[in-house]
Design a protein around this ligand. Structure first.
Ligand SMILES: Nc1ncnc2c1ncn2[C@@H]1O[C@H](COP(=O)(O)OP(=O)(O)OP(=O)(O)O)[C@@H](O)[C@H]1O
Ligand code: SF4
Ligand SMILES: [Mg+2]
Length: 328
């Protein structure tokens, strides 16, 4: 196991009070495996990803519990010096706002040189990286600045910088969200190619189920700071167990060839400061029963590596007998 996260909890300070937004996450990533982390905006995906290398600024929040074993060592127990050897090197990031991550006053060449492990004779390594991310056109243009590149090329450059130190784990946070559909496809193909060539493990964070189903081997679905379902992609696509996942899949008509069922999940995710008792999905769940509001369900094995945080078994019969509700 390359990365093993157990019961990770992260707080932010809000009005000087801690608000827990990652509320006990377990996640495993194997060498060369791509794990997709999905969820609605604000459910805690980015925070969980940043937490892996303790990137939560102290003045903003803290990791209050958990264990993050990377290559067998607990990241949370490392010294700052040891952490520096891992962060941005063995575990590399493409952050959610890629365009703010590229520094407009330095050339792509200068920024790429900065991200290299070995500083001697960088030209051949930079050329190799630019080639591997499909930017061979700019190999001989050392004076090119980020604003001279298209959005897709900027994202390729960001990915190039992230893989430059030859990481074992790459965290990609919404890497294609700001791009148009054709460029999205190209970037996804590039990510797959790099994963296979470099045996890279990837944590792919996205709110877009279709993209994650395209690229991931394993999928984890997050809701209100916890993983509510996880498992091999094929299992989740063919037999989702949690009502939230069922709703997400039902809102993609092309996947299931169903009638129009857009917005199959009504209502909004709860605020972290006002989480409901019991199951956090209760107010929006079309399968809810009174018992669901008593206690937050545990993540329980369903079958073949799939697990769900729901007290009910949502059979095909129950699904067809329970209409989608529109008025919440
Ligand atoms: N610096 C911060 N201080 C206080 N609260 C924060 C801070 N950053 C994020 N939050 C809150 O933490 C929660 C989780 O945010 P996070 O950015 O991790 O969600 P996300 O799932 O990545 O959302 P998105 O899909 O919009 O990127 C949100 O409710 C957000 O408002
Ligand atoms: S526990 Fe109940 S409310 Fe929660 S997802 Fe399952 S059926 Fe819905
Ligand atoms: Mg985010």
């Amino acid at each position: 196991m390359l990365l093993h996260i157990k019961n990770l909890k992260i707080n932010y300070k809000s009005d000087n009070r801690p608000v827990e937004v990652v509320r006990g996450i377990d996640l495993d990533i194997d060498k060369g495996e791509c794990v997709g982390l999905i969820g609605e905006s604000g459910c805690g995906k980015t925070t969980a990803g940043l937490g892996i290398t303790k990137l939560i600024p102290e003045r903003k929040g803290n990791i209050s519990a958990g264990e993050i074993l990377f290559e067998g060592r607990d990241v949370l127990k490392l010294t700052s010096e040891e952490l520096r050897c891992i962060r941005g090197k063995k575990i590399s990031y493409v952050f959610q706002e890629p365009f703010s991550s590229l520094n407009p006053v330095f050339t792509i060449y200068e920024q790429m040189r900065e991200s290299l492990e070995e500083k001697d004779n960088p030209d051949s390594r930079i050329a190799e990286i630019l080639k591997s991310v499909g930017l061979e056109k700019i190999i001989d243009r050392k004076n090119i600045y980020p604003h001279e590149l298209s959005g897709g090329m900027q994202q390729r450059a960001m990915i190039g910088m992230a893989i430059a130190p030859r990481p074992n784990l790459l965290v990609l946070d919404e890497p294609t969200t700001a791009l148009d559909v054709t460029v999205q496809r190209q970037i996804l193909d590039l990510i797959m190619e790099l994963k296979n060539k470099m045996s890279l493990a990837i944590l792919f964070i996205s709110h877009d189920l279709r993209i994650v189903f395209n690229i991931a081997d394993k999928v984890a679905i997050m809701y209100a700071g916890k993983i509510i379902e996880c498992g091999p992609k094929e299992k989740i696509v063919s037999s989702p167990a949690h009502p939230y996942t069922i709703g997400l899949i039902d809102s993609i008509p092309s996947l299931k060839h169903r009638k129009k069922l857009f917005n199959a999940i009504g209502g909004r995710a709860p605020l972290f400061s006002e989480l409901p008792e019991g199951c956090k999905f209760y107010p929006r769940c079309r399968f809810r029963i009174d018992k669901c509001s008593e206690k937050e369900p545990e993540l329980k094995d369903v079958s073949g590596g799939q697990a769900s945080r729901c007290i009910r078994t949502i059979s095909a019969e129950l699904r067809s007998a329970t209409p989608i509700k529109w008025n919440y």
